[in-house]
Design a protein. Structure first.
Length: 559
């Protein structure tokens, strides 16, 4: 009693607040929270998100989380209310099933202020958007598509192979990362908008370099942390005049937005010509994905009235030529379509070239595997040979069935996933969840899984740091690399569940054709692979942003 009388009211208040803070933010999360039984990735993880935030800021998240799993097992605590889960049962099968919604982390991927399929946080709108285009991305549709065959044939025979043949004839090395970036966008944009509208970045260096500048300036790697993890703080600092992002980012982002709107407008004109009979519908020349989106959104009665004015763009303020294009009123339907297609074009650029680069790097380091692959490719009924008068390409189904080609890509996706980073979800409201062996995980807990960690489980993938395509073959040589569980259950390069990458079948198909074109006709060796180590990030390419290879004609005799 004397002590209470001795202390002043402010002192008592301060003591009470201190006790509350101690209990609420230190003692409870560290010892009494339902997550307290889960191993901490770091001693501070139980009481503050500062540690994992710093890990993300310094771009070491994937490897740090992987090392934590190696020490502590399949479930580790990254923050007071955040977990990483590295297992299948009560892991990715649960988290990426029903009821676990996305976080604001994904809002970064919206375009024109419109949430697309990937950036939709709730399951229902995502499902609606996915249904619009799932049929044109289904494997059965793609394997039988005359449009895809025509697109692949033209781009391979008229762009890729002549370029590599010229480099081989003149003994000129080539940075294949740039080639693969160009090829990925050429192939994808042709399927979206038709060959007459799609890009030709393989042959047009100036257009490609301008686009790459726009992309890198509008999506600077060092800025991703600020935009994805702490967007609110980033905006607040900007209002105070503290700009943590490059000031010219918004200008280049406007140019990027205008670029896609222009492609959509040209695709609309192409579609009108076909509909009016002015132009025939030729395979490869039709805007397949654009037309699908327009037709379905029209069926949904989405407004076609140009009623939306995009916000005053930085480009227009600066008098840049794209300002007028961005200032044109747009309909909800136009922006819905453009947001979806721009997101998928960016995703293609950010992922497919990385996989192709690492396939070529691994093959160039393994000449025997390169020889075996070439022998398999030349065994096709119609090999993809350069210089043939017919300029024919293999049947897509026949190519898809080649076991070694498939194994080479799968093993590269396992060891070098283009998206190795965490895929955050939130445990559902109204119930508790079990992750791994831990039950009672409360609603609102942030949970992640990482392809980087899943693909390196030595019990499933013996010698996980080695590149062994044999592990994906159904032959005796694969026995050494078979683990205690089915590897397909742990393969997560395209995520899983209802939000699995919708373009995975298209990506696999065009990668197989591209690699078949190169390695049927040429042999590659490494000239410069400095910086080939993979970066640490959500999307992760090589640190050096390049891979320089030399190509020479492959032996013509049967191998």
């Amino acid at each position: 009693m004397a002590l209470i009388e001795f202390l002043s009211v402010p002192s008592v208040t301060l003591v009470a607040i201190s006790i509350f803070v101690l209990v609420r933010h230190i003692l409870y999360p560290a010892f009494f929270s339902p997550l307290a039984k889960i191993p901490n990735a770091h001693p501070l993880a139980a009481i503050t998100p500062a540690w994992i935030t710093w890990i993300r800021f310094t771009n070491v998240e994937n490897k740090t989380v992987y090392e934590a799993h190696k020490r502590h097992g399949p479930v580790v605590r990254l923050g007071p209310s955040e977990l990483s889960v590295n297992c299948v049962d009560h892991g990715i099968k649960t988290i990426y099933g029903k009821g676990f919604e996305k976080t604001n982390f994904y809002s970064f991927f919206a375009n024109y202020g419109i949430l697309n399929m990937f950036s939709s946080l709730q399951s229902h709108p995502h499902s609606t958007k996915k249904k619009r285009i799932s049929n044109v991305y289904s494997k059965s549709h793609l394997l039988g598509s005359a449009d895809v065959q025509a697109i692949v044939s033209q781009i391979i025979h008229e762009r890729i192979l002549p370029l590599i043949a010229n480099k081989a004839a003149t003994n000129t090395p080539i940075d294949v990362f740039i080639l693969y970036q160009a090829a990925a966008l050429d192939l994808t944009s042709a399927y979206f908008f038709g060959l007459p509208v799609g890009t030709n970045f393989i042959q047009n260096d100036d257009a490609r370099n301008k686009w790459l500048q726009q992309y890198h300036k509008s999506h600077p790697f060092d800025a991703i942390f600020w935009l994805q993890h702490i967007p609110g703080l980033t905006l607040f600092l900007a209002k105070l005049g503290i700009h943590v992002l490059p000031k010219d980012r918004i200008w280049f982002n406007d140019e990027f937005d205008a670029w896609c709107l222009n492609l959509c407008a040209r695709a609309e004109n192409l579609l009108a010509e076909v509909d009016s009979g002015t132009d025939e519908r030729q395979p490869g020349n039709f805007p397949v994905v654009y037309e699908q989106l327009k037709r379905i959104t029209k069926k949904e009665k989405m407004s076609e009235e140009p009623s939306i004015h995009l916000k005053e763009s930085a480009a227009r303020q600066k008098g840049r030529e794209v300002g007028d294009l961005l200032d044109v009123p747009r309909s909800p339907q136009q922006l819905e379509i453009a947001s979806e297609l721009l997101d998928q074009l960016v995703a293609t650029h950010g992922t497919l070239p990385i996989t192709l680069l690492y396939v070529s790097w691994e093959l160039s380091r393994n000449p025997e595997m390169q020889r075996r692959l070439r022998a398999e490719l030349k065994s096709l009924p119609i090999p993809l040979e350069y210089g043939s008068a017919e300029k024919s390409i293999p049947d897509a189904r026949t190519l898809d069935d080649l076991p070694l080609l498939h194994a080479v890509i799968m093993e590269t996706l396992r060891l070098h996933p283009a998206i190795p980073g965490g895929q955050p979800r939130v445990t559902p409201q109204g119930s508790v969840t079990q992750v791994g062996d831990y039950a009672g995980i409360p609603p609102g807990t942030l949970v992640n899984s990482y392809a980087w960690s899943l693909h390196r489980n030595p019990d499933v993938f013996p010698d996980p740091e080695g590149w062994h395509p044999e592990r994906w073959l159904e032959s005796e040589e694969s026995a050494t690399y078979q683990g205690s569980d089915k590897k397909e259950r742990w393969f997560w390069a395209f995520s899983s569940g209802s939000r699995m990458c919708v373009g995975s079948n298209f990506a696999m198909q065009v990668m197989k054709f591209t690699l078949a074109a190169l390695y049927t006709n040429f042999f590659s060796t490494i000239v410069d692979d400095e910086g080939i180590e993979q970066m640490d990030g959500y999307i992760a390419g090589p640190k050096g942003d390049k891979l320089v290879l030399a190509f020479k004609p492959a032996p013509q005799e049967t191998e």
